[in-house]
Design a binder for this molecule. Structure first.
Ligand SMILES: *Cc1c(COP(=O)(O)O)cnc(C)c1O
Length: 402
């Protein structure tokens, strides 16, 4: 079975699991900052923990934070757990990003930050965001922070500039489903040395060194990932995931969409072994992005366009964390294509403003809700042979519905 995503792990990452990797965290921060054209980078145990720490370190609380309704729910949880309130904005159907036309009217005297998520690798108009924020700062007389959530868009560019360099801070995450992995882990990157130092000092006095047992468990987890994604094992992994609850402890409990919570180790610092894997992945990341772009273009050129389905745009500067299609009958398609040996993804499966935990905020986001019910995504980290197979299976299948 072809997996819906697959981390690009090789022997070097595997060997790193058996080393001490002393000093790797510092080295990963330095190299990451350099690769993403930033002055400095500060690492964390998760992406959500990084975003939360930014609010805490700067004393941003009792404020409103503008963010899209269609993104990973942990972004909203990080806002809430830092004692702030998310203000959800609906998205554009074309690029799944926050509809910037709606933003100015939602800014008020309590607004202290805006989170741009470049969803599925589609770069958002960062110039427009900066303009909106500048005007609002003049009206309300206080700083409004621009946070770039780059978890989907490592390396994406708007007008030739990395989107992550365009705000006050950028958030990256490295779990195995992201563009590159450090087992788990997250990072903040900065364009301003003092701001980075402030966050680092706050982290160092509020986060702890992880226990030895955790570093062993994380190593075992990555070994399990190597095995689970092996070509002839993945069918079994899929079966365990779909038909049993055995894997839930590893897949679902660290991410309960509708429960405002963080994993218990969110106040741990990044492990050296995680950073060591991250450093190796960093050296591959351009190749990973190139493969994603190549396969997205291949799909675009070779999928026969079923008139009832909406295929994604190919855009300048996009890095394609996902290749998405809007379809009328998502569950049926996923089930029937799985029978042909291809595991399709269904990201993102909810509109955050419609989740039980957030519905009381009364933010109306119909397009987010529509996309949460109708988006499927095709595997991108696959070989030429696999991408050809996917095209042929999906084309045969979509013909049935013309
Ligand atoms: C994965 C992800 C995060 C957070 O990552 P964790 O490391 O799981 O906390 C945040 N935002 C987006 C858009 C993501 O995809």
């Amino acid at each position: 079975m072809i997996p819906k995503f697959k981390p690009k792990l090789g022997w070097p990452e595997f060997f790193a699991l058996f080393k001490r990797n002393r000093g790797a965290v510092q080295k990963f921060e330095n190299e990451f900052a350099k690769s993403f054209q930033s002055i400095d980078a500060v690492s964390f145990s998760y992406g959500r923990s990084a975003q939360w720490a930014f609010f805490k370190a700067l004393g941003i609380e009792n404020s409103e934070v503008i963010m899209p309704a269609y993104t990973c729910s942990v972004v909203a949880h990080a806002v809430t757990l830092s004692n702030n309130t998310p203000c959800f904005v609906d998205i554009n159907k074309e690029d799944f990003n926050m509809n910037l036309e709606l933003v100015p009217a939602l800014i008020n005297e309590r607004t202290r930050a805006i989170i741009a998520t470049h969803t599925f690798g589609y770069p958002q108009d960062v110039d427009r965001i900066k303009q909106i924020v500048k005007e609002a700062e003049l009206v309300y007389g206080h700083k409004i922070w621009i946070i770039q959530d780059c978890c989907h868009c490592f390396g994406a560019e708007w007008n030739g500039k990395l989107v992550g360099t365009q705000g006050d801070v950028a958030v990256y995450a490295f779990n195995i489903s992201k563009l590159m992995t450090s087992i788990f882990g997250g990072m903040l990157t900065f364009q301003n040395k003092e701001l980075a130092e402030k966050v680092r000092v706050w982290r160092d006095s509020n986060y702890q060194k992880p226990k030895i047992l955790k570093s062993i468990k994380r190593r075992l987890y990555l070994v399990a990932i190597y095995i689970a994604f092996k070509k002839y094992v993945y069918g079994f992994t899929w079966w365990l995931q779909e038909k049993t609850s055995l894997l839930n402890k590893f897949t679902k409990s660290f991410h309960l969409d509708d429960k405002i919570h963080f994993p218990p180790d969110y106040l741990d610092k990044m492990l050296d072994v995680e950073a060591a894997v991250g450093i190796i992945q960093l050296s591959k990341y351009s190749a990973i992005v190139e493969l994603r772009k190549f396969n997205a273009n291949y799909y675009n050129d070779n999928l026969s366009k079923n008139p009832g389905w909406v295929y994604p745009d190919i855009r300048e500067g996009a890095t394609y964390s996902h290749y998405t299609i809007i379809v009328p009958n998502k569950s049926k398609i996923i089930k029937e294509i799985a029978e042909k040996g291809i595991h399709l993804g269904e990201l993102i499966q909810y509109s955050i403003s419609n989740l039980h935990s957030y519905i009381h905020l009364n933010n109306n986001t119909p397009i987010s809700l529509f996309c949460s019910h109708n988006v499927i995504n095709l595997p991108l980290t696959v070989s030429q042979k696999e991408v050809e197979k996917i095209v042929s299976v999906v084309n045969d299948y979509s013909k049935l519905f013309e």
